[in-house]
Design a protein around this ligand. Structure first.
Ligand SMILES: C[S@@+](CC[C@H](N)C(=O)[O-])C[C@H]1O[C@@H](n2cnc3c(N)ncnc32)[C@H](O)[C@@H]1O
Length: 313
């Protein structure tokens, strides 16, 4: 197919468009005037139509560049918006945090050594949960420091891309690529897992409680239990059935477990109150509740995910 645009009949050099907003100099105006005089219109076409065609050609040539600039502008605008929102959130949290925290003799490790076992969207969910843990920690009256171990691979990439201000997070939340055995004495550790009959009654002084940093929708049963056993770390489950009845499995998401430990301090060691404060109402089954067919006959496929930890669109 031949080019529909007629070639100019003179060898006039192409007019280089000026960047927007810059006025041409008098010399350039004069130069353009001369060039215009030299231009001979192709036959059978009006000047207006010819101009229109040239404009279209110029657009086709610069279109990609223009779109690229636009995309970059939009990306920067999104980045600015994200930073603004993060700053607002920081400010909000800073306003709400108690002025002085009460020290405890308990620490928490969130063991994130399960990167390969998660789908991309689960990595996103876990990163949101860690962010949620940070805001819980900031608001809590008691100081329960958190170390996020094996923080590397896709989880770290996700933070660098979307929560990059985590470097500026203040307080007692530390991120390390070291494994949990490298950051403390395993004899003073308790790995929390729903897959054991051992039940904790209270938090022991000078102990570190480990929470599995994984979102697996229940695919990897006994994962943390087996890991703890291999490492020779004590295991314990939360006393869920003892103080509260729940719909579905007794497996909580990572951030709920951390929040529960914080609340346990705030309630003076009252598990029932702590569970009631942390678990979403739909998860709690009240004594006079008739169990739903679903909770009687079928275990939900996944642990309940806190609303606040769900991926924003
Ligand atoms: C979503 S669960 C992970 C489930 C995973 N399949 C596993 O093997 O533990 C996240 C973590 O929360 C803690 N957790 C959840 N429910 C618990 C319970 N009932 N008792 C003790 N710890 C629990 C565990 O540390 C667990 O690794």
């Amino acid at each position: 197919m031949s080019d529909p645009t007629p070639e100019p009949t003179t060898n006039t050099p192409p007019v280089v468009p000026k960047p927007r907003g810059q006025k041409p100099t008098p010399e350039e105006i004069e130069e353009r005037r001369k060039l215009k005089k030299l231009q001979v219109l192709p036959e059978g076409i009006s000047r207006k139509e010819w101009k229109r065609q040239q404009k279209r050609e110029r657009w086709e040539e610069s279109k990609e560049k223009y779109q690229e600039i636009n995309r970059e502008k939009k990306r920067l605008a999104r980045q600015r918006k994200r930073i603004r929102l993060q700053e607002d959130e920081e400010l909000r949290l800073a306003k709400r945090k108690p002025t002085k925290k009460i020290e405890t003799d308990v620490k928490v490790i969130i063991d994130c050594d399960f990167d390969e076992l998660m789908l991309d969207k689960e990595i996103v969910s876990l990163s949101n949960q860690l962010k949620h843990c940070y805001s819980i920690m900031r608001r809590a009256t008691f100081n329960l420091p958190v170390t996020v171990t094996s923080f590397n691979k896709r989880l770290k990439d996700r933070f660098e891309e979307s929560l990059s201000d985590y470097h500026l997070w203040v307080g007692n939340m530390e991120f390390t690529d070291k494994s949990l055995t490298e950051v403390g004495d395993i004899n003073q550790m308790v790995y929390l897992t729903a897959d054991t009959e051992e039940e904790i009654t209270k938090l022991e002084p000078n102990h570190t409680y480990i929470i599995g940093g994984i979102v697996d929708k229940n695919r990897h049963k006994h994962l943390c239990y087996k890991k703890a056993k291999e490492l020779g770390i004590k295991v314990a489950r939360l006393p869920i059935g003892k103080y509260i009845e729940v719909n579905g499995r007794h497996v909580l998401v990572t951030s709920h477990v951390y929040e529960l430990l914080c609340k346990l301090y705030e309630t003076g060691g009252d598990w029932e109150q702590a569970f009631n404060k942390v678990l979403p109402p739909r998860k709690i089954r009240h004594k006079d509740d008739t169990p739903t067919v679903e909770s009687e006959s079928k275990e939900p496929e996944s642990e309940e995910e806190p609303e606040s930890d769900k991926e924003e669109a």
